[in-house]
Every structure is written in structure tokens, then in C-alpha cells.
Design a protein. Structure first.
Lengths: 333, 611
């Protein structure tokens, strides 16, 4: 690491640079944003911006205003601005959110609003993180496997029979559930954990009425479903309101338990010598530490998630905030 | 920094047979098909995989499956498409589209999609504007998400090489046509070249040329401009679809799409006086396709919500998009608009549970972004730039452009939708022509034996263009230029057009183009949105000029193109020709026309009295 975070001059808040001399909007209300800036390996800091507030404004609007008024290089990932694509994920006052549906009116505008990148993933720049690990994990899941001998035209399902699968398929891949999952966020497990997003995908495949594959061995030995200790933080942050823990993860855990820990199933498997469910696959890639944790939100920030109880791991390390960073570096979670 | 000549060998290079630019529905479908045909395929996209604009499509994919109404057929779908497009469509494209869409939709379920069901367990279909039968296969109002995820999973499972977050800034050409594409990684700013035997453009549309649009930042006309710069022809660029229902409030979401499915499920449009104004705007020659009274329209909605076939005709709100947009615009202009400058769209008279089940994301969108509960009160809506019917002139069977090795599919291709697109026809378009184009590009690549030669002169020019705005030091802010461009297009080249405005727009665009040569940004290359915008602005300027010049040339009103000074449709003068835009050798833009492709008698017969 080249960055010495103990050099306070690098990380002190800089003066607001995007305040216009004459606000265009009639509204006099202003929001004060503290926005994480910096890139992988370089010094990081918070920049302060005073943004004129319009009715109905969301955090992403404020970030766009900043880009259009003096900070055109502020890195923000976004697309649809309608909570349909899952690109604009960030941590607002410490809570993983889609910035396109986080309204400024939900905050006390007398207090600054802190916006940081997702902390579970390595930093690219400013609010953008490298989420490519997720795409690698996704590749390791056996895709939809329909029967070869039933023509699709003959597939008939009742609506109520597919509603559960449709719930899983509502996922917009914002990766907020991955970000908040303490197993991934703390980077402390021995083997990589696939995370809630991909348990949701696996559930959608396993419970699809026409799918023929068996992913239980994969879930147990490669995806390491056992690391999930059902704290439900993922469900809490899901912008699509998917009941991740109750409807996806717990049923999958039960299937895995039935297959591998039920004595009758165990004996039966021995008898028939079946191996497909227990095939050992290459392990998942390792998720690199998130650099963004160097910019810890202000203590006691409103709306911050409680630290999930850690049952399989020791107490999560509390990463240092930039102003009192000691030996923490941006690339060490 | 200008790359030294010898640094050119250090540009990261990924040679493929077929390079697909854009990973929305058309690009993914093309990549899947090309890979299945044995080509080595690279898929490059500006965003993360799965975030492309297709994800925002809501209402459904049009295909004559005839699950809800057994009377539906490809012939009827063809007719509806041609009539909706004011007969300016390429008839062969409209025919292939109508014939092949059902198989392409069914195939998605083989790949894992799960559409909503009829009572007898088949894929459910909903009614939409301009479609004679309930025709749109859908998943609530998140059909695009279902499609893109299905295609994404299929592409990944087929081992397509995906290059995420990269922008293509030029097509590399050689004596045999296309030789690849040059661009840069958005995350680092480093240049990258993809030598390729065929390039498929699947870059979507141009909505970011306007202030009020349902489109995301990605829709900057990249493929249109890349094709134009490479020497390909564009057609029908005057036809820009203004979707009738975008959100008008709050300001941050102005233009955000409100799906036509709201009207498909029975949504009623009213002005501030409570008048159901669409009754006044139905075209006389199609009046008999619509209900005669509120009572008949209500009967249609009731049957529809229960999945029953009815003899009641559809409500007036299900007129074609061009017509509904003009109606809303006129109501607002004449002083009958809502406080936020729109009209009311009301679905709250239906049972709340039904609305939430059929329109879940609309419910969330209004609840969370506008504090409106659509099960309890009306939405406020107004027109928003949504889609461009014009695009790269392609061969109907193969998607081949006029440049050898350069193909186009989806919104970036022209011809399929004529003067106005029907809702639901874009998702079927991208499946049908994505697949056809992918196959044709793979075939083209397999016939080309020579390894593509990435001409160093073009690479050097590409690298120079990348460096300029960073090296310039001081100059125009790209965000300011973008606002000014959007203002020109919104003000002067909108729903209603007139010669004086269009002339003014042409001079304004020339001035903006002048300013664009002095764009400067700071902040380096890594994930720098201001720097990225420079290349998107260049493309937006090209498509804006193409739209404006084509609109000026077509002195009639047809479909989505409405001229105040030429309010009539001039069938004799303009009914038989498409506008064509191409680049002259001196770099200036030539606008002319070409005769419509001939329509075989058997297709003409399907149009009944419509021609």
C-alpha cells in the first residue's frame, strides 16, 4: 500500500466546491452531503457539498446535481433511476440503499448526509466499487436445466405454483444484500460464501417446476450455505422486498440438511452410491477486501443498521474512520 | 498524452469473430445465437451486465401466441404493426417479426423465464395500445427484468465473453469492411481494441438528446453515430416516439416511464375538469375499433381483468402512442392540465389487490417516489421521449447494414416500426432480430478467412480523441453542453414541429458542435463520468442533427412526426418513401429519401382496407 492514512492532511474534509453563487431553483432548502472521494490505492476523503433541495428529491438527484455543478468527475454508477436496474447502490448514513429511491425528505437536513460506496467490495473510485466477484460466483451455479423430453408448449403451471419462483426472480442484482451480509462484509470466513443474492438465484432454480438439476452439494460445499446464520440483514435491505432469509435461504438450508444430515437419506445415498449431489466443485473466487471501509460513517448515524450478531465469526473489526485512521489502509477491510 | 506510435502494440486487444456492442435484449440475443453458431463472441457493454435499458421495459412482449384470444394470428399482428407504423415499416421485417415472435417468447421459458399464467396454465397475455387482441406476454410489470435476466443467464452459460463497463468510440474499418472496434474501459480509462470479423450494433436509442426522457444515460445514440461514421445509412430518423405517460412530478423523476400496462389494465385518462378526453382524439378511420361509450369500455375492462374474451371493444386510452401523446400535449397546452403540467391517469377504481398484483412496480414507484397511492387516487402523467423508430438501415433477413460486416439489431436498427412503434413490439423485435442478426454475423465471420487488421492509423486517431479533453486544460464543461443540447431538442424538435423551429435547431446544433471541440475535463480517466460524457455528446450531436434534418425534410405529418405547418398525412408525396441520412466524404450530413421496400401482394392483402 502506498497510502499513508495517518497523514491527516490527505483525509481532512475539503471545503464545499460545488455551491453555486446563485441557486437556480426557487427553493431555499439545502442539503449538506458528505461524499466519499478517492480511488483504489490512493488517498481517500470526504468532500462536502451544499445542494439545493427540490420537492421529492432523492440522493441520486443530489449526486447528479453535484456532477452538473462543479464536480463532473464524481464517480457514480447508475442507470434507470427507477429502482429497476440496481446500479446505484451505496451506503447512505451507513445504511446500504439504492440512492435512486432514498429521498432527502427522509433525513433531518440540519445534519449532514453521508454517502459512501458499498463497503464489502473493493473500491474503484468515489462511490463505485468493483462488484465483478458477484458475476464470478454467478457463473459457478448450474444454470436452469429443463427436461429434454417435454416440449415447452406443454408446460402448464398454475399462477399460484410459480409465485414463489417469481418472487426470487424479482431480484435486480443491486448487491445490497451481499454488502450488508456480515459474512461477506467482514471477510473472515475460511472459505468463500456465495452470499444471499446467489442463494436467491439458486432457490429460483431449485424450486422452478421444470428444473431437473440438484444443487444441494454445490450449496453445501462450494457456496458454503452453512455460513449464513439467519440474521436477516439481507431481507431488511432488499429494495425488492424479497423475503430472502425466510423464503429462499431457510428452505435451501432445509433441503441441504435433508440430503446430508438426515440419517435415512445418508444411508440411502450410501446404498445407491449416488454422487451427483456431493460432487466437489472448484471453490468460489475469494472476495477481495473492500477499500471503502476506510471511510467509516459518522458514529451514531441515523438509520444505520445494527451490527449483526456474529455467531460464526468473532466480533467484526470496526474499521477506523478517516480522521482517526491509524494503521488502517484503504485496502484493508 | 498522445500515444507514441509504438505504444499501439500495447493497447489491450481481444480478437473475436463477432463483437456485439450493447448487452440489452438485442445484444444478448445476438450473442447467444452467434455463439451457438460456433463463432467466438465478445459482448461489450457500457454498464454492468444486466443493467441495460431492456431491464426497464415493463408492459410485456408482443407475440401472437393466441393464448387469451384464439382469434389472434401472426397475420393480425403484422397488420396491427403496419397500421401502427402508418405503413412506413419495412413489410418483410414486420412479417418476420410477427411470424417468429411466438417461438422466440416460448424459447425464453426453455431458458428459465417464468411468465404470468392463464387459468389453463399457459403464458398469459395482456392488451396494449394498437393491438387488436390481448397479445403481450408479461411478468406483472417487470417483463424487461425477466427477459434480461433470462438472456444474461443463457449468455453466461453459453460462455460468451463479456466485457463490462467499456465504451466503443469507433468502428475500425478496412478494405473488406468492418475490422473491429476501438474503445476504452470505463473503470480505468485505458484504451482497448476488439479486432473482429463482424460487429453487431445493439446499442439502443437516443433519448438523452432530450431533457424529458424515460431513457437512462446510456441512451446516447452510440450505435447510430458509430454506424453513420463508419459509412452506414440511417433511415426514418424523424420518427421519435414520445411515450404518452411519463411521470411529471416530482422534478427528479420527470419523464420516468409509467407503463402502458396501466391503460392495458383499464387506466382512464382525464383532464383537470374530470373529462375523459381520449374520446375526442380517436382517429375517425379507426373509430369502430374502440368502445362507443364509457359503459362499453368498462365492460371490456371487467372482462379483461377476469381473463375472459368479450365482444366489448377496447377503451379509447388504448389508441396508439403517437395519438395519445398528442392528445395529452394538446389538453395541457389548452389549459386543461394538472397542477404539475400533466393529465390524470386513474386505475384506482379497480380493486386495490388487483392493481397491486398486476402493476407492482408502478405501485412502488409512485408510493416511494411521489407519495401517491395509485390504488387510492390518480397518477399525474405527461409525454416523455421514449424510443426512436429510426436507425441503421438494415437488410430485413440478416440485420446487415450497408457496410460489409456491420450489423444492427433492436432499437438501433431502423425499418421495423415505421412511423410509430406499438407497445410491446420492441421486446419482440429485439428477440426476433437479435437472433437473426447474431446468426447472420456468425455466418459472415465464418466466411471471412483473413484475420482482421486493426489499422494503426485508426487506433492512433482513436487514442488521440480519448486524450484530448483531458489534455486540453480549460474549456467547455460537458454537462453544460449536454443541458444546452437537450434544451434545443426539447424546445424545437419535440412532439409538434414547424419549419422555423427546425431551421433554428439546425443552426443551434452547428453552434453546439463547434463548442464540443473545446470540451475539457479534469479528474483523470478512471470512472470519470464527465470524460465519458464527451464521447456520448459527440454521438448525441450526430443523431440530433439527423433527427432535425429528417424532420425538416418530411413536410407532412405521419405517426410520431407531427408538423404544425403540414398537419395532413401526404400519402401521395410521402407515403412511399423513407428518409435516409448518410455522411458525405467531406463529413457533412446528406439527407435524402429512398423508396419503401416493395410489399408482396399476399402481405398487402392482409392489410385489408388499411392501405
Amino acid at each position: 500500500m502506498t497510502t499513508d492514512m495517518s497523514d491527516r492532511s490527505l483525509v481532512e474534509l475539503r471545503p464545499a466546491q460545488a455551491t453555486p453563487s446563485s441557486p437556480e431553483q426557487g427553493s431555499s432548502a439545502r442539503a449538506h452531503l458528505k461524499v466519499f472521494r478517492g480511488d483504489a490505492g490512493g488517498p481517500t476523503r470526504f468532500d462536502d457539498f451544499d445542494v439545493p433541495v427540490e420537492e421529492g428529491m432523492v440522493v441520486l438527484d443530489a449526486l447528479h446535481w453535484i456532477q452538473g455543478n462543479g464536480a463532473p468527475d464524481l464517480a457514480v454508477r447508475w442507470n434507470c433511476k427507477a429502482a429497476k436496474c440496481g446500479s446505484c447502490s451505496a451506503e447512505v448514513n451507513g445504511r446500504p440503499r439504492l440512492t435512486c429511491k432514498t429521498r432527502l425528505s427522509d433525513f433531518d437536513l440540519d445534519e449532514p448526509i453521508t454517502v459512501e460506496p458499498m463497503r464489502a467490495f473493493p473500491l474503484v473510485r468515489d462511490l463505485v466499487t468493483d462488484v465483478s466477484w458477484n458475476y464470478e460466483v454467478n457463473k459457478s451455479i448450474q444454470p436452469f436445466t429443463p427436461p429434454a423430453d417435454v416440449a415447452q408448449a406443454d408446460w402448464r403451471w398454475q399462477q399460484e405454483d410459480i409465485e414463489r419462483v417469481q418472487e426470487y426472480r424479482k431480484c435486480i442484482e443491486c448487491f445490497l444484500c451481499q454488502d450488508v451480509c456480515h459474512v461477506l462484509r467482514n471477510h473472515e470466513t475460511e472459505k468463500p460464501f456465495m452470499g444471499p443474492r446467489f442463494l436467491v438465484r439458486a432457490a429460483g432454480l431449485e424450486m422452478h417446476p421444470m428444473d431437473q438439476a440438484d444443487r444441494r452439494g454445490y450449496l453445501k460445499d462450494t457456496g458454503n450455505i452453512g455460513y449464513c446464520n439467519i440474521t436477516k440483514c439481507c431481507t431488511e435491505v432488499c429494495p425488492e422486498h424479497i423475503k430472502i432469509t425466510d423464503n429462499a435461504i431457510i428452505p435451501l438450508k432445509e433441503r441441504v440438511a435433508d440430503e446430508f444430515y438426515d440419517p435415512i437419506q445418508w444411508a440411502w445415498r450410501k446404498l445407491r452410491g449416488r454422487s451427483d449431489a456431493t460432487t466437489t466443485r472448484a471453490s468460489l473466487p475469494v472476495l477481495q477486501h473492500g477499500a471503502a471501509s476506510a471511510a467509516k460513517p459518522m458514529a451514531g448515524a441515523k438509520g444505520a443498521l445494527p451490527t449483526p450478531p456474529a455467531r460464526t465469526a468473532p466480533e467484526p473489526k470496526q474499521p477506523a474512520r478517516p480522521s482517526d485512521a491509524g494503521d488502517e489502509t484503504p485496502s484493508e477491510g | 498524452m498522445v500515444l507514441a506510435p509504438d505504444a499501439l502494440d500495447q493497447i489491450e486487444s481481444h480478437a473475436v469473430d463477432v463483437l456485439v456492442v450493447g448487452a440489452g435484449g438485442a445484444g444478448l440475443r445476438a450473442a447467444i445465437e452467434a455463439q451457438a453458431a460456433g463463432a467466438k463472441v465478445g459482448l461489450v457493454c457500457k454498464s454492468l451486465l444486466g443493467k441495460a435499458h431492456t431491464v426497464m421495459a415493463e408492459g410485456g412482449v408482443a407475440a401472437a401466441l393466441a393464448h387469451v384470444d384464439p382469434d389472434d394470428s401472426w397475420q393480425t399482428h403484422f397488420r396491427d404493426t403496419m397500421v401502427g407504423g402508418k405503413l412506413l415499416n419495412n413489410p418483410r421485417m414486420a412479417q418476420l417479426h410477427a411470424m417468429e415472435a411466438p417461438d422466440r417468447v416460448r424459447e425464453l421459458e426453455l431458458w428459465g423465464a417464468v411468465f404470468d399464467r392463464t387459468r389453463d396454465g399457459r403464458i398469459l397475455q395482456r392488451p396494449f395500445g394498437g393491438h387488436s387482441h390481448p397479445r403481450l406476454a408479461h411478468v406483472g410489470d417487470r417483463t424487461g427484468l425477466e427477459m434480461i435476466r433470462t438472456l444474461q443467464d443463457r449468455a453466461v452459460a453459453s460462455s460468451v465473453d463479456v466485457f463490462m463497463e467499456a465504451t466503443i468510440t469507433r468502428i475500425i474499418t478496412g478494405s473488406a469492411g468492418v475490422a473491429g472496434a476501438f474503445g476504452y474501459w470505463r473503470t480505468t480509462g485505458a484504451p482497448v481494441v476488439f479486432p473482429a470479423k463482424a460487429v453487431v450494433l445493439a446499442t439502443g436509442g437516443i433519448g438523452k438528446a432530450y431533457t424529458i426522457t424515460s431513457n437512462s444515460w446510456e441512451y446516447s445514440g452510440d450505435g447510430h453515430a458509430l454506424a453513420y461514421d463508419a459509412g452506414a445509412e440511417l433511415i426514418d430518423m424523424e420518427f421519435v416516439q414520445f411515450h404518452p405517460t411519463g411521470m411529471v412530478w416530482p422534478p427528479g423523476v420527470k419523464g420516468l416511464l409509467v407503463t402502458e400496462a396501466v391503460r392495458g389494465e383499464g387506466g382512464i385518462l382525464r383532464n383537470k375538469d374530470g373529462e375523459r378526453f381520449m374520446w375526442k382524439y380517436l382517429p375517425e378511420d379507426r373509430r369502430d375499433e374502440y368502445a362507443a361509450t364509457d359503459e362499453e369500455a368498462a365492460r371490456w375492462v371487467t372482462s379483461q381483468s377476469q381473463g375472459q374474451v368479450t365482444d366489448a371493444r377496447r377503451p379509447p386510452e388504448l389508441s396508439t402512442r403517437d395519438n395519445v401523446s398528442r392528445a395529452i400535449y394538446t389538453e395541457v397546452r389548452e389549459g386543461r392540465g394538472t397542477p404539475h403540467g400533466g393529465v390524470y391517469l386513474d386505475i384506482s377504481y379497480l380493486p386495490a389487490e388487483h392493481v397491486r398484483r398486476k402493476l407492482p412496480s408502478m405501485f412502488d414507484q409512485f408510493k416511494e417516489l411521489a407519495d401517491v397511492d395509485i390504488t387510492k387516487g390518480p397518477m399525474e402523467v405527461g409525454p416523455t421521449t421514449h424510443y426512436v423508430m429510426g436507425g441503421v438501415r438494415v437488410d430485413a433477413e440478416t440485420g446487415a447494414s450497408t457496410v460489409p460486416g456491420l450489423f444492427a439489431a433492436g432499437e438501433v436498427a431502423g425499418g421495423m416500426h415505421g412511423a410509430n412503434r406499438l407497445g410491446g413490439n420492441s421486446l419482440s423485435d429485439l428477440l426476433v432480430f437479435g437472433a437473426r442478426t447474431g446468426a447472420a454475423a456468425a455466418a459472415h465471420a465464418s466466411e471471412r478467412k483473413a484475420v482482421p487488421y486493426a489499422d494503426p492509423v485508426q487506433l492512433r486517431e482513436g487514442a488521440r480523441e480519448l486524450a484530448e479533453p483531458l489534455d486540453r486544460g480549460a474549456g467547455e464543461d460537458p454537462y453544460v453542453l449536454q443541458r444546452d443540447l437537450q434544451d434545443v431538442m426539447q424546445r424545437l424538435v419535440g412532439i409538434y414541429r414547424v419549419e422555423a423551429d427546425l431551421q433554428e435547431a439546425i443552426s443551434e446544433l452547428a453552434r453546439l458542435r463547434g463548442r464540443s471541440s473545446s470540451l475539457a475535463v479534469g479528474g483523470g480517466r478512471a470512472f470519470n463520468p464527465g470524460w465519458n460524457l464527451v464521447y456520448e455528446l459527440r454521438n448525441l450531436l450526430t443523431v440530433s442533427e439527423a433527427i432535425t434534418r429528417s424532420a425538416l425534410q418530411r413536410n407532412e405529418s405521419r405517426g410520431a412526426h407531427s408538423r404544425i405547418d403540414y398537419p395532413e398525412t401526404d400519402q401521395a408525396g410521402w407515403g412511399d418513401r423513407n428518409s435516409v441520412v448518410r455522411r458525405r466524404p467531406d463529413g457533412s450530413m446528406e439527407v435524402t429519401t429512398t423508396p419503401l421496400p416493395p410489399m408482396p401482394d399476399e402481405l398487402r392483402a392482409l392489410l385489408g382496407g388499411a392501405h
